[in-house]
Design a protein around this ligand. Sequence first.
Ligand code: FE2
Length: 290
Amino acid sequence: MTMVARFDAGDFRGTDPAMIQSWQRDGFLLLENFFTTDACDELRARAVQLVADADVKSISSVFSTTSHQHTRDIYFQTSGDKIRFFLEDGALDAAGELRVAPELAVNKIGHALHDLDPVFDAFSRTDQLARLAGDLGVAEPLLLQSMYIFKSPGIGGEVSCHQDSTFLYTEPLSCIGFWVALEDATIENGCMFALAGEHKGPLVQRFLREANELKFTPAAEVQWQSAAVPLEAPKGSLVVLHGKLPHYSAANTSPDSRHAYTLHVIDGACLYLPDNWLQRGATMPLRGFQ
Ligand code: FE2
């Protein structure tokens, strides 16, 4: 199995040549200790509070990358510039009632936490992340999308294999994902897996808005050759994902939760197409790290 390159990025002051080489070769970069335990705990507490304050019982939007039922919900379709809550597949019974406690029922919160919540704003806009984005070649970073992912024990669902640029498309492609392990992510609790090196191939499909419908374009015939490598990531790790890197995660069947935070950045020097699923109102323009 391909070895996963890991770097200790405590007190990060910029990338070194080995990191850039790893990024270019694999399409991901695993930076341990990029965030402190305290920062992770603060973000986690904030997310738990947001769920506690929300009326989770009234939410019926289930997020599933297998059934794609969320794509038909207006609640999902208009969440690009809001803080909204999406449930796990299996969180509701046949009568539409929650089968589990609200804090376990939520799959994720999205998609503008970084602009609308002060704690998420501060976590997302750091000099270190700005420096890293610059080192990876993002000329004019714009923070497009944020998600808090719960992956709760026993119910946290799988995320099927995808490339992030499918969902956040620019010309030329520029999407980069920052994925933060807020708790240890292990094979047991559903860590990410990546097809190392496959970011060098094409983008297989797009997910776009057509009238009031969200849909995938037909997938290109691409045979990925690489074996998937597990991106086990201790708490505080940052995994940077190239927009064309195929990745996925399994369901969490363990007794341990696997909270994570993701932030997606695009380059303002590239064109963000108006048929991307994620759109913002005119009153909330995209901002960078400042
Ligand atoms: Fe992804």
